[in-house]
Design a protein around this ligand. Sequence first.
Ligand code: MLC
Ligand code: AMP
Length: 503
Amino acid sequence: MIQDESLFAVIRSAAPDHRKTFLKALDGRVLTHGDMFARTAQIANCLRASGLRAGDRLAVQVEKSSEALLVYLACLRTGAIYLPLNPAYTLAEVEYFLADATPSCVVVRPENETSVRALVPETTTVLGLSDDGRTGSLIEQSYAMPIEFDDISREADDLAAILYTSGTTGRSKGTMLTQRNLVSNALTLRELWRFTERDVLLHALPIFHTHGLFTATNTVLMAGAAMNFLPRFDADQIFAYLGESTVMMGVPTFYTRLLADPRLTRDAVAHMRVFISGSAPLREETHSTWLARTDHVILERYGMTETNMITSNPYVGERRAGTVGFPLPGVELRIVEGDAGASLPAGEIGVIEVRGPNVCKGYWKKPEQTVESFRDDGFFITGDLGMIDAQGYVQIVGRAKDLVISGGLNVYPREVEIEIDAVPGVLESAVIGLPHPDLGEAVTAVVVRQSDISINETELIAALAGRLAKFKQPKRVIFVDALPRNTMGKVQKNKLREYCRTL
Ligand code: MLC
Ligand code: AMP
């Protein structure tokens, strides 16, 4: 008999007393761990009745709700591969993902069912799930289903999820994450961050990315803990729930926004055990101001869709500002010099490479890009620039990849440039990230107009609507006569960043 090495089998073995709370939603609804098993069984039965089988893809583009999270867990139980999509993606963006991943079942907001139906073959099932998670064909059909489901067993190397990340070429790649990737990372984080059944996570992150979906939710489930599950980041809601939570995970924007609020006091966080930050660099100033205001030292960690979590500052011991801590147990990290691939000693800056059970299997149906992203000895090339200090703390000092991180969301300039260049009146463009007090970095477009056409900033941004999700659209457009290029003809983005900062 094949041993069940699936994430859900581990979640099942870690489950606490079924009467214990699993999730509390903003509308006051409470789900116990027992409810979680019963409702995910009903949804899994519904998905199976819709034709979803082990190894098939289940694409889901819905707003965050407790039911949306249950769909993820139900998908794990069916042995199918979960494919979450940012609800901010436009139909044009979604069309690409559906064509690439060929899911056999798609769950969308009821109002999008007709438009998505037109994008997929007749054999693909399209189900609806409303923003509050209470209605839609998936919910209605699931309530008629049995509350028992025989989980489909999976091997460690089988896929659990595909998460799309864009690339420097502009086309998104589906990161193939295995059961082993997710299980190993969640078990490690449970131990490292000392999660127990007594913990209550304040969950205000989206659930279509590694951070909110895996790092937050899987770790909670591995500990039999609970969550206050908020639809999105909202300072009022955060302050309402801080008093009954023990851990918060957030991107740096969460911390800067909370610091700007007078309600952030020692009393407000008295119940909290730890604050964790990641997905984008946390400024040292945010770290120190937070400590002064709350007596809490933010625990910063570093990760990536392709690798799950890679490093973390220690739970006990110095959480050093400006660093992302040490490689997780079982994860190997090295700093490598450019293309030569030679490992660098402590104190020297190079590209961060990672190997371990956390690292993905590669990119869905993209064997060449998979090969390019790995060294022959199995190390994954992150594209982040870093160094290891004398005490072993890893510091991220920049990026070798052309990427903007806005409010913790990745925006690949190439993808935005392609859309801008297609706008009538634009000759060429370069997209860069400029420092932004709220978002860390703001997507900024530097544009050269065709000589006889006078398109302005508002018109250009309006032309991108429907083509690019809102968070990828430039917050600012700067018009120039020409783009600075090196002798190879490559746009010198460093020069552009310097120039734009002087404006
Ligand atoms: C929303 N907008 C953004 C944006 N989020 N624009 C740029 N960058 C963002 N991140 C748009 C909105 O559509 C809106 O447009 C306008 O900008 C202002 O919105 P807002 O109300 O201020 O934004 P809000 O909804 O509060 O969201 C901001 C945020 C959110 C930072 C709270 O984006 C967020 O939760 N980010 C977390 C992302 C995340 O989970 N990343 C993890 C990736 S995994 P308009 O015109 O409609 O007003 C990963 C690996 C790892 O990186 O290590 O974890
Ligand atoms: P994503 O592809 O969305 O998973 O984003 C991964 C990228 O986010 C990494 O390659 C880093 O560039 C960045 N990142 C994640 N955590 C941190 C951190 N703590 N500090 C700096 N950058 C980070």
